[in-house]
Design a protein around this ligand. Structure first.
Ligand code: NAG
Length: 200
């Protein structure tokens, strides 16, 4: 009821929300970020679109008493570590820097923990504090909580593949497919990109 009244009084255009479920060791996630790189040239798009990246993927979790959550990830422990680092970094960055970071880290080597640490350093280059905080976060209860949050949200989707894209809370296979092929184009079919000069 409240939301109906709210919408009547404030008919604002809320940003289109796009949830993107990803996984640190997944080749299709790498491919998606290669394509999403094009969005970095159009910061104005962030007026209309809000991305929510959820780094967990096809895994599961269990609560271990006094230890927090334990995770199982599709591509093993190294993936769990990569997802955890992603959760910790995303928490600290604004939207455009999140995409900068993700397009970077998914082009770097992530085959083991050491390489993930090195790639992290490279991808938050000018933000020494983000690097330090993310490593600390990865070892902390807060990091464990962030992954639990990502796991819970991911498990609620019944997703069949990664990446998995939702728009305004809904999974529309056609949009998912279009977005993976050409993110910029898929977005501009949703919002009015006319005020933004877009090349795709
Ligand atoms: C990566 O960083 C974490 C967090 O600081 C640390 O515990 C771990 O030893 C590092 N891994 C390697 C292989 O250097």
């Amino acid at each position: 009821m409240f939301s109906i009244i709210f919408t009547l009084i404030f008919p604002i255009n809320c940003a289109t929300q796009i949830d993107i479920f990803i996984e640190s060791q997944c080749p299709d996630t790498v491919r998606l970020f290669k394509r999403m790189k094009a969005l970095l040239d159009y910061e104005q798009i962030y007026q209309y679109v809000e991305f929510n990246f959820i780094p967990f993927g096809k895994g599961n979790e269990k609560l271990v008493i006094n230890q927090g959550y334990e995770f199982n990830c599709q591509h093993g422990n190294k993936e769990c570590y990569g997802n955890l680092i992603d959760s910790c970094v995303l928490e600290q960055l604004d939207q455009i820097d999140q995409l900068r970071y993700l397009t970077c880290i998914h082009q770097e080597k992530q085959q083991n923990e050491e390489l993930i640490n090195l790639s992290l350093k490279k991808c938050v280059q000018n933000q020494e504090c983000v690097y330090e905080r993310s490593l600390k976060c990865a070892l902390s209860k807060f990091g464990n909580y962030l992954q639990h949050k990502a796991a819970k949200y991911t498990l609620a989707q019944n997703l069949v593949e990664i990446p998995w894209i939702n728009i305004n809370g809904q999974h529309i296979p056609e949009f998912d497919k279009k977005f993976k092929q050409n993110p910029l184009k898929a977005i501009c079919e949703q919002i009015d990109c006319k005020t933004i000069k877009v090349n795709y």
